[in-house]
Ligand binder design. Structure first.
Ligand code: C2O
Ligand code: CU
Ligand code: CU
Length: 484
């Protein structure tokens, strides 16, 4: 069903070992960022002589939009896995080959899938021309496995990411987090999904197998050669082409059944407003930190960089031949076409009642205020990789208050713990259904103050909090803090 994108990989395989001298000769200046460095995969892969392009049948050159089958990344176990970041050439739809940066040649990277209680052991190799790290966004991991910019892996270097999965079922993701280079590396292709399952979730009998679809939603920019390209902009990188799972103009053939969409916003800076073209509503069952207490029926959902959504979409009762579009109402984009192609009798159900029980955090003993200032500061300070901005006692419930006077959107993200949103004042003034239960990223718009309760009860040590508009992060809208 999704046989496209046999990633014409050039550099796959962690077996491949690159001689480091080659990287140095084409080093990319990270300081170039602030001068508006434009980066492209071509530039990044200049030193690679092994690029080869698989010949794929060219698409029809007609005038109407040909929709391409949605690509589904391979699902792998993180219990023992070799992962490499490197340039690759992939089919982004209809035989269009694009140079990207990819994990194991896949764009997006392989989907990790594991159970609560499993131990992750990922042997990572940096096949890029510049430093990188892998951050496991949403995973509660020890500081040494968190991909902190201080733990940069040099070109050709290796790092073992090892941690137990102690948290509940959820959809998380992984992406680079190197100092001042995150925006570029993510925009050029490095990101993948990480699904955690547990027994509580399994007991619900939610749609699974071909009825559970991961959706990595982002925007992108292609150069004239069809390769991903990136230009840092202090207001945030905005691409002109939507991609779902790395596919342009994607379509998915569906049965008359209930589907579970596991969506993550992998855009650098774009805020989407998701809706279905037939006016049907989503049954929202989860977000960043896993299942909600009970389902919420919603027609439109704001979706900002770093956030995840667990959505049920009901195609039962639709006639074969019906097309339903997943749309972004903010840009007017058609993101993904669902094409009802098969009538089935076992079609699943929508859950009602309790999905999970969420213990509310309460009685904060400390309040901390964080002002997201300009495009590069938190509480007036630009990120300093060597400075610890504050310390948080282990196991203590705290109230964190995020606010901004301007230059939003600022999707605020905290490493090391999930939080519970308490209130939003100013701006949109409400807490939305998709902001209930456990979150690790919350959208702050101009004039808003968002209060969350948070407790670090996983590990002690160094983490970061930052704006997940990746250009703001790279310019310094990030703080180091230490759980003590
Ligand atoms: Cu998804 Cu610190 O980031
Ligand atoms: Cu994170
Ligand atoms: Cu920001």
């Amino acid at each position: 069903m999704s046989d496209k994108k046999e990633p014409a990989v050039l550099t796959t395989g962690v077996q491949r070992h690159q001689d480091t001298s080659r990287f140095e000769s084409t080093g990319v200046s990270r300081r170039g960022f602030l001068q508006g460095l434009a980066a492209s995969v071509a530039a990044l892969s200049a030193g690679w002589t092994t690029l080869s392009y698989a010949a794929k049948g060219g698409g029809p050159g007609g005038g109407t939009i040909t929709r391409n089958p949605l690509w589904i990344p391979p699902v792998v176990s993180p219990v023992s896995y070799a992962l490499q970041a490197a340039p690759a050439t992939v089919d982004t739809g209809g035989g269009k080959l694009s140079n990207v940066l990819a994990y194991n040649g896949f764009f997006p990277g392989p989907t990790f899938r594991a159970n609560t209680g499993d131990s992750v052991d990922i042997q990572f190799t940096n096949g890029l021309l510049e430093e990188t790290t892998v951050h496991w966004h949403g995973m509660i991991v020890p500081p040494a496995a968190d991909g902190h910019p201080r733990d940069a892996i040099m070109p050709g270097g290796n790092y073992a990411y090892r941690y137990p999965i102690t948290q509940r079922a959820c959809l998380n993701w992984y992406h680079p987090h190197p100092h001042m280079l995150t925006g570029k590396q993510v925009a050029l292709g490095l990101a993948g999904a990480f699904i955690v399952n547990d027994t509580e979730e399994a007991a619900l009998g939610l749609p699974s197998g071909v009825y559970e679809i991961p959706l990595v939603i982002r925007d992108a920019k292609f150069d004239s050669g069809g390769n991903l390209t990136y230009t840092a902009k202090s207001s945030g990188f905005l691409g002109d082409t939507p991609l779902v799972n790395g596919t342009r103009d994607p379509k998915l053939d569906v049965d008359t059944a209930v589907y579970r969409l596991r969506a993550l916003c992998g855009a650098n800076a774009r805020i989407f407003k998701l809706a279905l073209s037939n006016g049907a509503q989503f049954t929202l069952i989860g977000n960043d930190g896993g299942l909600l207490e009970s389902p919420a029926v919603v027609g439109q959902i704001e979706f900002s960089p770093g956030e995840r959504l667990d959505l049920l979409v009901d195609f039962r009762g639709l006639a074969v031949g019906t097309k339903v579009m997943l749309q972004d109402l903010n840009s007017g984009w058609n993101l993904l076409e669902f094409n009802v192609t098969r009538q089935v009798s076992v079609a699943g159900t929508l859950p009602s009642g309790t999905l999970s029980s969420i213990t509310p955090l309460a009685n904060p003993v400390v309040t901390r205020d964080f002002s997201f200032d300009g495009m590069s500061r938190i509480n007036g300070k630009v990120y300093d990789i060597n400075r610890i901005d504050f310390q948080v006692p282990f196991g203590q419930v705290e109230l964190w208050r995020f606010r901004t006077g301007g230059n939003a959107p600022h999707p605020v993200h905290v490493h090391g713990a999930s939080f519970q949103v308490q209130s939003r004042s100013g701006g949109r003034g409400v807490v939305y259904p998709w902001e209930r239960a456990w979150k690790d990223t919350v959208l702050l718009q101009d004039g808003e103050t968002v209060e969350v309760l948070i407790r670090f009860d996983g590990y002690r040590g160094l983490y970061v909090m930052h704006c997940h508009k990746l250009e703001h992060e790279d310019m310094g809208m990030m703080s180091n803090f230490e759980v003590i």
